[in-house]
Design a protein around this ligand. Structure first.
Ligand SMILES: [Zn+2]
Length: 403
């Protein structure tokens, strides 16, 4: 195992979440009799460059094939992408002669926001969601992005003024090949914009459930600066955004093409102050995660011992990390209620908890509902209450809270 950024081979392994199946590998009922592939899910910290990454990498072809997540089903992401494209159009003065690429374009939601401006667009995505994009007339190349693919795109369509990569830049396996492709495809003043979960939020908010096999690296700015420099690129702006419980949006370009703003150093100072480059911070994080697991298991088993029913709200990928990490016998919750028709009728990977329509919650009225998308608790609780649920909510992290 090598560090993705500095190639170092000695790490501080700090959090073991156990062997888990891929978090999006929901099972059909006919799969329940078959064994599931599980892989170690463990975090490590590179003391040389400061990167946090998984210490076991699952081959990508085992992960992204049957992707059941579509951007269009997530309203806050849709709004985020709309705002992002509006910002890019205005800030970088995009015209209808410019070309914008989205890597990991999913169902084309982000790219669709360029259409009214006439900007030339292309999505690149290997998953089954790309078919939805094609159906919606969003030009999409069904492939993993690489330097080779970048050169083919460059030859066929020319260089890109904007390349976005949201929630994918921390997921790509061949990171150096990916960035070499980005550098190849950008115009001289072209901008690479990425959004990824932010390590600073993950550590300070105890988001161990942000860890899953597809999510190979947990970014902070200091190691990223080093990574971009190795490809002749430069991070010139960064901002915190609220998606996925706390993310970081970064802007990079060819060195010297854009003025480097203070925001980058300002956030790096915050990272240093929060201890992101000291291994003690990670030992403490792991200790808290293990304590949290015990608190969740203890609370739920006590309630069940008193005859109370506990179900789960939502079936997000992060929910599976938490459910598998905190697994108990019988299952931590009786079922998961979900709105997405793509997941209803399936079973959660690992725990095999059934996913049922949300309406079931209002009929059964279980005493407790475990909130798996706890990062959007403020948005979800009033919605579900308003729809008629009378029981209590369990917010699992950073500490077990009953609402
Ligand atoms: Zn490193």
């Amino acid at each position: 195992m090598h560090c993705f950024i500095c190639d170092n081979t000695t790490f501080f392994n700090f959090l073991d979440l156990g062997h888990q199946p891929p978090s999006d590998a929901f099972l059909k009922s006919e799969d329940l009799c078959k064994p599931e592939a599980t892989y170690p899910l463990e975090l490590c910290f590179c003391e040389t460059c400061g990167l946090v990454q998984l210490n076991h990498i699952v081959p990508p072809e085992k992960l992204f094939v049957d992707y059941v997540y579509n951007t269009a089903t997530n309203n806050s992401l849709k709004v985020n992408f709309y705002n992002l494209v509006e910002t890019l159009i205005e800030r970088f003065q995009l015209k209808n002669t410019d070309f914008a690429i989205d890597i990991g374009s999913n169902d084309g939601t982000l790219l669709s926001n360029y259409v009214p401006y006439g900007v030339k667009i292309l999505g690149i995505d290997p998953s089954s969601s790309a078919q939805l994009a094609l159906k919606n007339n969003i030009p999409t190349l069904v492939d993993f992005f690489s330097k080779t693919v970048a050169m083919q795109v460059e030859k066929k369509y020319g260089n890109a003024k904007i390349i976005t990569a949201t929630n994918v830049f921390a997921h790509v396996n061949k990171l150096n090949d990916f960035l070499a492709g980005v550098a190849e495809l950008l115009t001289q003043d072209g901008v690479f914009v990425s959004e990824s979960g932010y390590l600073l939020d993950m550590i300070t908010k105890l988001q161990y459930d942000a860890v899953y096999h597809e999510h190979l690296r947990y970014y902070s700015l200091k190691p990223l600066k080093m990574l971009f420099a190795a490809h002749g690129l430069e991070m010139f702006d960064a901002e915190k955004i609220s998606t996925h419980g706390g993310s970081i949006r970064i802007y990079a370009a060819k060195k010297g093409a854009h003025k480097v703003l203070d925001t980058v150093e300002h956030l790096i100072n915050k990272e240093e102050a929060a201890g992101l480059y000291k291994k003690e911070t990670y030992a403490d994080f792991a200790e808290k995660a293990n304590q949290n697991k015990i608190s969740i298991q203890k609370f739920i088993s006590e309630q069940r011992g008193m005859g109370k029913r506990v179900v789960g709200i939502g079936a997000p990928a992060k929910g599976n990390t938490l459910l598998n990490f905190c697994a108990s016998n019988p299952g931590l919750v009786d079922y998961l209620v979900e709105k997405s028709p793509l997941k209803i009728g399936l079973f959660a990977p690992g725990t095999r908890i059934p996913v049922v329509p949300e309406s079931r919650l209002f009929v059964d009225q279980p005493e407790y509902a475990l909130l798996l998308s706890w990062n959007i608790a403020d948005e979800l609780i009033p919605k579900i209450r308003g729809a008629g649920y009378k029981g209590k909510f369990i917010i699992p992290t950073p500490a077990v809270i009953i609402v």
